[in-house]
Design a protein around this ligand. Structure first.
Ligand code: UT7
Length: 334
């Protein structure tokens, strides 16, 4: 059976930096509150006239990943696009990327697994490569959160957390035994579907567009039971790391780096303490970008790649948790 390897990663972030102080001009919040509860200092928002979008940021990240992988767009034989903030209600952004990159008529899969979307996509790419069906997969995680946030005091519980950005990876078949993506695990717990969700646009139990929708607050902005999400996340991250290590007969001593989805610095620190990881075994960048949902993990990977910190033979565990609830992980030996 073939192995699947990440051979290039890229990312893209809008230039527009929005600090906590900028948000405190729009709502009753403070730099102190946001930093103490989340670790976030600033995030990026696309801005009017909205020349950027989820697909366009994904395109920019893809170009960097393709370049770093040393391949050409025409080498890609499958596109997997993870997002919870697509440009259109339909079609998904996978086909827009195909158009922008000028790739031939390859398949384009859109993944709806929210914060876990990139990890779900990595598992999909891994399976297609392992079975030999595809050789080179472009995987994207991209999000435009800013245009759907309630940037008033009413929305401060969620609006202060999220940011825009994109990351991408090229995953390719390899003959090298024991290297690359060694395992992935996917989980979900639908009983909590409505504990972190956005009802509209949707077709369920509400008319898609009707007069007065703005009056129905829960319909037009996301809802989050923050404390429930927090309590579940701090349990699921350590579980996910141990599940990956156990599946490969490895222990925490073998782990070089844990890359957690960037939802809240306190969640990452909690997981770090539970697993007794050194500071150099975990990487966080939420301070600069906030929670970019499906994009956080590829952005982390791309920054590490740019800094030359990913070394051959190192063992990484990547894990995400979010709306659904969904959580997913992978163990990679570089
Ligand atoms: O990828 C998954 C996405 N989501 C997450 O991972 C989120 C997980 N949850 C969390 O990170 C935390 O629950 C939050 C950071 C969202 C909130 O922290 P918390 O400690 O759970 O705060 P809280 O919601 O219980 O609110 C505490 C207080 C409330 O005021 P009162 O009722 O005590 O007077 C809120 O109204 O803080 C208030 N508050 C704020 N104050 C200033 C809530 N948001 C803000 C804000 N600025 N932005």
């Amino acid at each position: 059976m073939k192995q699947a390897k990440i051979i290039g990663v890229g990312h893209y972030l809008p230039d527009n930096i929005v600090t906590n102080d900028d948000l405190s001009k729009l709502m009753d919040t403070s730099d102190k509150w946001i930093q103490e509860r989340t670790g976030i200092k600033e995030r990026r928002f696309i801005k009017e006239p909205y020349e950027q979008s989820t697909a366009i940021m994904g395109f920019e990240a893809s170009k960097m990943a393709i370049d770093r992988a040393g391949i050409k767009p025409e080498d890609i034989d499958l596109i997997v696009f993870a997002t919870m903030t697509p440009d259109y209600y339909f079609p998904g952004p996978g086909v827009i990327i195909q158009k922008l990159l000028g790739i031939g008529h390859v398949g384009a899969i859109d993944v709806r697994a929210q914060c876990s979307g990139f990890m779900y996509g990595l598992s999909i790419a891994d399976q297609y490569i392992k079975t030999g069906m595809y050789k080179t997969v472009l995987l994207i995680g991209s999000e435009t959160q800013s245009t759907a946030l309630d940037l008033t005091t009413r929305g401060r519980g969620t609006a202060t957390l999220f940011g825009d950005g994109a990351g991408a990876a090229i995953i390719q078949a390899s003959e090298e035994e024991g290297k690359g993506i060694l395992s992935t695990h996917l989980h979900s717990q639908g009983e909590f579907a409505e504990k972190l969700y956005m009802k509209t646009p949707g077709t369920g139990k509400t008319k898609f567009i009707y007069d007065g929708i703005e009056k129905d607050y829960d319909n037009i902005f996301g809802y989050m039971d923050g404390q429930l999400v927090f309590k579940n996340a701090v349990v699921r991250f350590p579980q996910a790391v141990m599940e990956e290590l156990n599946a490969n007969n490895l222990s925490l001593d073998d782990l070089d780096m844990f890359l957690p989805h960037q939802a809240n610095l306190r969640i990452s620190q909690f997981a770090q303490r539970t697993l007794k990881l050194r500071d150099d075994q975990i990487f966080n960048n939420i301070q600069k970008y906030g929670n970019t949902t499906a994009a956080t993990i590829p952005i982390l990977l791309s920054e590490l790649w740019a800094e030359g910190r990913i070394k051959e033979g190192q063992v990484y565990v990547l894990a995400a948790f979010g709306s659904g609830f969904t959580w997913a992980s992978a163990l990679i030996k570089w």
